[in-house]
Ligand binder design. Structure first.
Ligand code: FES
Length: 107
């Protein structure tokens, strides 16, 4: 559990423990809870960035959190351009940081 994942006992609506979800992020197994988005699982485990910009390679993560900005694009089970804030995490998902270098760029 990290600082960004609250204890279930503090949830006033559903204080019981939900089912867990296990996904892989850049080769490392991470745990979340059933119903979380992929972004939510990643953020709760620690990393804030899971995409790199095309030009400078700078890290990006959740900006809007509602599917508008496309800052959270990741590759999920081989499918590119998945918005991590909009995709519910499914047990066994393999998530990879996405980076699309511009043609002819060094990154
Ligand atoms: S954080 Fe903006 S689309 Fe996902």
């Amino acid at each position: 559990m990290t600082a960004r994942l609250l204890p279930f006992s503090d949830d006033p609506i559903r204080p019981s423990s939900p089912a867990s979800v296990s996904i892989q992020f850049d080769g490392a197994p991470i745990e979340g809870v059933s119903g979380q988005s992929i972004a939510g699982v990643i953020l709760a485990s620690g990393p804030l960035g899971f995409r790199r910009t095309s030009v400078s390679g700078k890290s990006r993560g959740v900006f809007c959190g509602i599917g508008v900005c496309f800052d959270c694009l990741v590759e999920v089970n081989g499918d590119r351009d998945v918005r991590a804030c909009q995709r519910r995490a499914v047990d066994g998902d393999v998530v990879v940081t996405q980076h699309d270098a511009l043609p002819g760029s060094i990154a």
